[in-house]
Design a protein around this ligand. Sequence first.
Ligand SMILES: *Cc1c(COP(=O)(O)O)cnc(C)c1O
Length: 442
Amino acid sequence: MGVIKLPEKSGSPEQILKTMKELSGQDADWRSAKTWSLVYFAGDELLNVAKSAYMMFFSENALNPLAFPSLKKFENEVVAMTANMLGGGPEAVGSMTSGGTESILLAVKTARDWARANKPDVKEPEMILPITAHPSFEKASHYFGVKSVHIPITSDLRADVKAAESAVNKNTILIVGSAACYPYGVIDPIPELAEIAMKNNILFHTDACLGGFMLPFLKKLGYQIRDFDLSVPGVTSISADVHKFGYAGKGASTIIYKNSELRKFQFYIYADWPGGVYASPTMTGTRPGGAIASAWAVMNYLGEEGYLRVAKQAMSVTERLVEEIGKIPGLKVMTKPDMSVFAFGSDIINVFELGELMEKKGWFLDRLQMPPGLHMIVTPNHEKIIQPFLADLSQITAELIKQGKKDATGMAAVYGIIGTLPDRKAAHQLVLGFLDDLFKAK
Ligand SMILES: *Cc1c(COP(=O)(O)O)cnc(C)c1O
């Protein structure tokens, strides 16, 4: 550290942007659809709407909506439209946040503060999480002192309802289910889980960060989509990311509550500051106007018609990939997904080796563990590469089968070790060292 310093002299805009453009050449190639995560792209016209709106409100700050009535309108309408899509009644209210993680942090913080007010006997609050729930719930557990109690999944990879029922105790304040879960793209049995919450007079959060902008449209298209949203009795809050299958600019998610009585436990107010009365709806202070504007623009641009179209495209590509990958000898899709996200693994080859070799060909797939798998988030943009992707996948799989069992090397070995180390503290330390090293300028 200390080698890279602020330049003494001002730079030239052209030179700086040129350097940055060159650096971006090494990045994951999402535009040509070789990346299966992180970027949700459904065409240039849509992207231009999202970007133009973002740039138009680049400087504006939603920290104080009184100064920017436009942003207040955008945020309230994004939340209202989303609540409407997700079965919220006339009482439903919410907030826009910087992303799924913030929405979930808030859902947990709200539950904790709700319980402090309504269940004063609970001193050590707990929440019940299926093992497939997103790690942001663990983060919330860590930040807010709400103990996470894990329940297993059943053979269909959905949360085990019976386990949830027996995990409830007098300290439980919240039960969580995903629609859909990130690892396998399947929806948990939300009505059954929410019923347990209702019976015990506690809260229930549906994490629809991934599926919130996909499942309502798939349902309208005639897909069998099990109930998951605020219309389900017992569901008290739901999160949905506009920056995933909503296709807005990054930094845009929503958290919706059944009513404003609940949302009040989310807000933060400090009325005694010499700097002024401080009232903040979410976790962040300054909130980028661009992200809010972009979400509003994209939702109005696509409308129901547009979302139905892109949902159908993504799902058709998903169905073809699931079918074809299922036919490749040595590979197996973990389960038929409920939306455009799924994973596949193998009983014969090391899929982490497969992931490395695919990466050499420019394909970037996320790795799953316990059990090992490769992960696909499918967007309409992937339609154009189905054939070359499947060709590389089956060719490399066949080669790995021919090579037979051998010890993994390189990153494939690292992924394997982290997933299988019996000492989870050691796994934690290994990743901690990696992260520490990653965030150093070199
Ligand atoms: C992406 C995701 C999150 C977290 O969202 P971020 O925007 O990455 O913070 C939470 N839950 C699920 C199911 C997700 O897919």
